[in-house]
Design a protein around this ligand. Structure first.
Ligand code: SF4
Length: 354
């Protein structure tokens, strides 16, 4: 099934473009103190190696804003400055080379302050994310409305304020802490404006729970063609956020970052340590980069002859295990038997010959 994407306005963040037909970009947020330049650069490098394309940094004081300049000189990824409460920090972050500013309408909203920020954004030629979060909606945003309507109302009134200043380099996020409200808010907003969306669920919780909640909300929206960049928020190392984001996009067929593994869950019929094989292959595949133009291969690893040959035939390369050996398939045809101990090497060798 091909997903028909909503044609959002194209916005440039450093060397990445989102919106239009551009691929849905993956982003994450460093969890270091930004002023600790070496730790922050180390985390940015790790995130980039994991496949992150845009990284956000918390700017909570002047030291963080000043650190941006040195980080920017050595980092490859576009840097988004996350600003709350203090509008002057947005000006400092722009001065120090931020590639995008995120403002929270719940805590920076005075027209005179927003006007100053927009004027600096225009001079620097960088975009703004209007990042609405359910946890920081302004008190005057009526409690009589449902949560999705409150998120949309807060986002839309901010958008209109910024548009009056003749600024349209806007990205919008409307994050609730549950999937249903998040989906409803973005869906409603998609009918009201043309700006690209940064998708995410806020404060999701522990990794497995958070990844599932995010996959449901982000996945449901992307299936409807809504969304231009995603951030999976997890109470965990940010590399896991990037991995979860990549898996969501791959599961929807929107992007492929590396070879796909199709493996069975195993059961009493399996006579080898299939989990070990799949984990080893997964670790090797995670370091392979196929770029945007090449289709990475599909590799099936199946525990027995019940579904094994069938799945192995459907993949580019397949292993269907018996006792201590597997039948190796390539392009749907069995080519030879390989021993359990040599099966990973055999798969990697055949991948090189595709
Ligand atoms: Fe069990 Fe075989 Fe199915 Fe794997 S393929 S789950 S080992 S029956």
């Amino acid at each position: 099934m091909k997903i028909a994407r909503r044609k959002a306005r194209i916005v440039k963040i450093g060397n990445i473009r989102i919106g239009g037909n551009y691929p849905v970009a993956i982003q994450s947020m460093a969890k270091t103190k930004t002023a600790d330049i070496e730790s922050t650069l180390g985390q940015i490098k790790d995130l980039e190696a994991a496949g992150c394309e845009i990284v956000r940094l918390a700017i909570k004081d002047n030291a963080d804003a000043i650190a941006l300049k040195k980080i920017k000189r050595r980092a490859q990824l576009p840097l988004v400055a996350d600003i709350h409460f203090n509008w002057r920090l947005a000006l400092a972050a722009i001065d120090n080379g931020a590639d995008k500013i995120r403002l929270n309408p719940g805590n920076i909203y005075k027209p005179a302050e927003v006007k100053e920020i927009i004027s600096a954004l225009k001079s620097a030629g960088i975009p703004l994310r209007i990042g609405v979060n359910s946890g920081s909606l302004k008190a005057l945003n009526s409690h009589r409305l449902s949560m999705p309507d409150r998120l949309v109302a807060a986002g839309l009134s901010y958008v209109r304020m910024v548009e009056k200043l003749k600024f349209r380099e806007i990205v919008i996020s409307l994050k609730a802490s549950n999937a249903q409200d998040t989906i409803a808010a973005y869906e409603k907003m998609s009918r009201l404006c043309e700006y690209p969306f940064h998708l995410g669920v806020t404060a999701t919780g522990l990794p497995l729970e958070g990844a599932i909640k995010s996959a449901i909300a982000i996945g449901a929206l992307l299936l409807r063609g809504i969304g231009d960049t995603i951030r999976v928020s997890l109470t965990d190392n940010p590399k896991e956020e990037v991995m979860a984001g990549k898996f969501i996009l791959e599961a929807l067929g929107l992007r492929r970052f590396g070879p796909e593994i199709i493996s069975c869950p195993t059961c009493g019929r399996c006579e080898v340590d299939l989990v070990k094989i799949v984990k080893e292959l997964g670790a090797k595949f995670s370091t392979m980069n196929y770029g945007l133009s090449t289709r990475p291969p599909k590799v099936a690893v199946m525990g027995c002859v019940v579904n094994g040959p069938g799945e192995a035939r459907e993949a580019d390369i397949g292993l269907a295990f018996g006792r201590n050996e597997a039948l190796l398939f390539k392009n749907g045809k069995p080519i030879k038997k390989v021993s359990y101990s040599r099966c990973i090497d055999a798969v990697l060798r055949e991948m090189e010959r595709i």
